[in-house]
Design a protein around this ligand. Structure first.
Ligand SMILES: C[S@@+](CC[C@H](N)C(=O)[O-])C[C@H]1O[C@@H](n2cnc3c(N)ncnc32)[C@H](O)[C@@H]1O
Length: 203
């Protein structure tokens, strides 16, 4: 797949729709095998799991085959949701929904776990300095994280965030409403899982 001329297009639904008419599978950041140790450690098979911006990644399928059946996948591209629904119709307990992560419509406490991989990045594609984002992006990110908190159960296990933004961080106890990231996250020993990962928030 050719790289787009401008990073800014990664935030456009049209870009993704067009891309997903041609592309069957692409794994952003890391594959399930790279971090499944974390999943096994922190998730129960019975957990209700929301995957934000699923794209055409094999993550949900691999988790499903690993025993995590209660997965809802969302993406704002109807093209990829249709493709994934068709491709995985035999995985009957898994759901695929067209939904924008900036406007989640789930009832409160619908999930124990929320996973995002390379999706929050799409909200920041116009930033010049990821470590000093604009107020607009901070507000957008804050809004998404608040909605995620609202969507997750009071006894939330955590949110797994694998993005350039999150730099592979895991929020083991994220109480709603979401507090400032700086004060609350516990970085994992990500080097163990993400060899070669670039700049990190914490060492
Ligand atoms: C970089 S891809 C990552 C796909 C997949 N999570 C992976 O790891 O391979 C970003 C995905 O987020 C989706 N996306 C971007 N902005 C979104 C939004 N506002 N709401 C829902 N999905 C969004 C795109 O359609 C795309 O599938």
């Amino acid at each position: 797949m050719d790289l787009p001329h401008k990073n800014a297009v990664y935030k456009l639904q049209d870009y993704w729709d067009e891309r997903y008419t041609k592309e069957e599978n692409f794994e952003w950041c890391k594959s399930y095998d790279d971090f499944k140790e974390l999943i096994h450690k922190h998730l129960r098979n019975s957990d209700r799991i929301l995957i934000l911006g699923c794209g055409n990644s094999a993550l949900s399928e691999q988790m499903y085959k690993d025993g995590y059946r209660n997965i809802v996948n969302i993406d704002f591209s109807p093209v990829v949701i249709e493709n994934m629904k068709r491709k995985h119709k035999h995985l009957v307990e898994m759901e695929w929904l067209v939904m924008d992560i900036t406007n989640l419509t789930f009832s409160p406490n619908s999930f124990e776990v929320v996973i995002e991989k390379a999706t929050l990045d799409a909200l920041m594609v116009e930033e010049r300095d990821l470590w000093n984002p604009s107020q607009e992006v901070r507000d957008r990110m804050d809004s998404v994280l608040k909605q995620v908190s609202h969507t997750t159960h009071n006894h939330v296990l955590g949110n797994l965030c694998i993005s350039q933004v999150g730099h592979s961080i895991f929020y083991p106890h994220l109480p709603p409403p979401h507090p400032p990231i700086e004060d609350n996250y516990e970085p994992l020993p990500v080097r163990k899982y993400f060899k070669g990962s670039n700049k990190r928030v914490n060492s």
